[in-house]
Design a protein around this ligand. Structure first.
Ligand SMILES: [Zn+2]
Length: 361
């Protein structure tokens, strides 16, 4: 790292897709570690992620050099339901099957990065299973190989030593659990709706002078991030619908988040959107969800695993069967901050229910 205290990586190699801008209103509370199941460079893993719907925030090379690929304030796609609340670190392997070890340099710098992140985000002393997890805690996978096996002890010992050293040198700093969006990424946004700009400014806490400038843009970005919207600073139809819901819309807030989208969940969604609240997720309701997440609104989710749907989305009547995951579902998952694998299962159902409770969809 160029600077451990400020989390400035040796190399920045930013992803241009396959992550979710912002984190909604989620706070970072854990680090999730991965191995490449390969020995990749920073550029190498960037290349892989161009072709797969996956990403992580950092990559530690075999020589210990660290690259950053996704900003901490954005949601990388690396650990399913843990994505919104975690930072993901990838590690290149030294050996392959069956050992899946990492090099000493990779271990030491990966552990140092864990320590620096725990300090920066106020997560406390790095502890395995408390604030540092292997990918396999959140998915059925062999990842992170020996880091969750023969090398766990060494990795966490180094992480704690680095944490104690950094804490002694820097002192306890104010935790930044919500990463700031640097002003350098802001350009002046705009209001593309017919809503008076002063109304928007009052809603987001900006001076209601009717001028859509840098301050209003920054306040809109923060408001969008807090409401699970793409924080682009542009006030368009989606922001407007979220900010000024129609009078008949209700905030349910009390759905049980049980991972089963049955009639009650669907009724809550339908009431929110002003649809007929019959509790059946038919073509009109599906089309409404597709439009909401920017997917083609044909009213049908394509190519789904029938058993998975029957178990976790029993109210859904309108879908095609078989084949690969659906782009429309992946768009919904991206919006919800879950892994966009295109399959409607219990993780997506839980995220859908939580988003309804929090008024984010
Ligand atoms: Zn992994």
């Amino acid at each position: 790292m160029k600077n451990w205290a400020t989390l400035e990586a040796d190399i920045d190699c930013w992803m241009n897709k396959h992550y979710t801008p912002g984190r909604g209103n989620a706070k970072i509370n854990k680090i999730v570690v991965h191995h490449n199941a390969s020995r990749l460079t920073i550029q190498g893993i960037w290349n892989v992620w161009q072709t797969r719907q996956a990403s992580a925030h950092y990559q530690v090379q075999n020589d210990g050099v660290i690259g950053q690929l996704v900003h901490d304030y954005d949601t990388a796609w690396h650990a399913g339901s843990a994505n919104p609340t975690s930072i993901g670190i990838e590690h290149a392997n030294l050996t392959f099957e069956p050992g899946w070890t990492i090099s000493d340099a990779c271990l030491d710098n990966g552990a140092h990065l864990v320590a620096a992140l725990c300090l920066y985000y106020g997560l406390g002393r790095p502890t395995w299973g408390v604030n540092v997890f292997g990918h396999k805690s959140f998915a059925s996978t062999a990842c992170p190989g020996a880091i969750a096996g023969s090398q766990t002890g060494g990795y966490m010992h180094h992480a704690q030593q680095w944490y104690d050293k950094m804490l002694a040198e820097q002192g306890s700093t104010v935790a930044a659990t919500t990463p700031a969006i640097p002003s350098s990424v802001l350009s002046v946004g705009s209001n593309t709706t017919s809503r008076p700009t002063a109304d928007i400014q009052r809603l987001v806490g900006a001076d209601p002078d009717g001028v859509y400038g840098v301050d209003t843009t920054a306040k809109v970005v923060a408001w969008q991030a807090a409401h699970g919207l793409t924080p682009d600073g542009i006030w368009g139809p989606m922001s407007d619908a979220a900010g000024f819901p129609p009078a008949h819309a209700v905030k349910s807030g009390n759905l049980e988040v049980d991972g089963i989208v049955g009639p009650e969940t669907v009724k809550a969604y339908q009431r929110r959107r002003g649809l007929l609240a019959d509790g059946i997720m038919g073509p009109a309701t599906v089309a409404s969800i597709q439009a909401l997440v920017g997917a083609s609104a044909d009213g049908v989710f394509d190519g789904q695993n029938q058993d998975l749907i029957a178990a976790s989305w029993p109210a859904l009547t309108s879908y095609n069967r078989g084949g690969e995951g659906s782009p429309g579902v992946a768009a919904l998952q991206s919006r919800l901050g879950t892994e966009p694998d295109g399959l409607l299962g219990p993780d997506t159902a839980r995220a859908f229910q939580a988003a309804l409770n929090e008024g984010r969809i």
